[in-house]
Design a binder for this molecule. Sequence first.
Ligand code: SD4
Length: 338
Amino acid sequence: MIRRDFLKSSLLTLPVISSTTASAGKQIAKKPLVVSTWDFGKAANAEAWKILNNKGRALDAIEQGARVTEADESNKTVGYGGYPDRDGRVTLDACIMDEKGNCGSVMCLEYIKHPISVARMVMEKTPHVILVAEGALQFALANGFQKENLLTPDSEQAWKEWLKKSNYSPVMNIENKSYNQKEPDAGFFPGSIDNHDTIGILALDTHGNLSGGCTTSGMAFKMHGRVGDSPVIGAGLFVDSEVGAATSTGVGEEVIKCVGSYLVVEYMRQGNSPREACKKVVERIAKRDPEKAKNIQIGFLAIDIHGNYGAYALQKGFSFAVKSEKEEIVIPGESYFI
Ligand code: SD4
């Protein structure tokens, strides 16, 4: 069932966001502004805000914000503490884009806690956009990053439990369930699999510069070498300073198939609000494969160059965090299915 009246009801039931028409993209929050996926985006936003509030550059805010999540062991996987792939290896994906449309990406990077910073270095110090696996590690080590064991005892234990059944089947909204510990077992379902705590973060600074980043350890217990949407420019992230920026979370394969974040930005270019643009892409995903769409979660988050923001997901349970001068809130995302 489509959630047609979600906005109306959410504004009635959630006083925390009643001062804003966030989902309609008309809220008062202007620049500077930072938005991030999921509840844990709040901590990333707070770090990013230190830079934005000092008239700093959006790109720096993105990197510093994303690093908070990457270092947070409790959210079971952006960076350190991430669940490994099915071979027990923690492989990380990240990308970053600046206000000029420059971008950098690392895929399947092992042993480095802050892939977002390596992605930035790829963007700024190489003639390339993407480095993968061994090459990305080599580049990181050559540029002063430390080699660390990212597999914590908790994550190793979860992997060993998973191996007993070795069933790969993503769990919806695992990002918030495990992070908030509302469901103690949500971090690991025996015989099943977790989505990981991807953070997508978008910022607009006081100078009007727009940037974004996305970092993840990908889907838990994925095949070794699997890369999702997060580090794929256009899929997990896209920034266009003339229009806006978008990022995604959820089952990356389906986002890659529709080049999701790029599509959100293009819908904004056509005059749609961030929320409407996200909704249109979610609807296209649902239309392409209705049966699959019922059983997976995908969420998009977007901002435009005027500082309007919005989001939309396939399933309920998605959330995003907003920080501006006037707001510090976590907003439940609207969804296609109830
Ligand atoms: C992926 N999109 O690797 C990521 C996973 C994710 O929240 O977003 N989880 O497909």
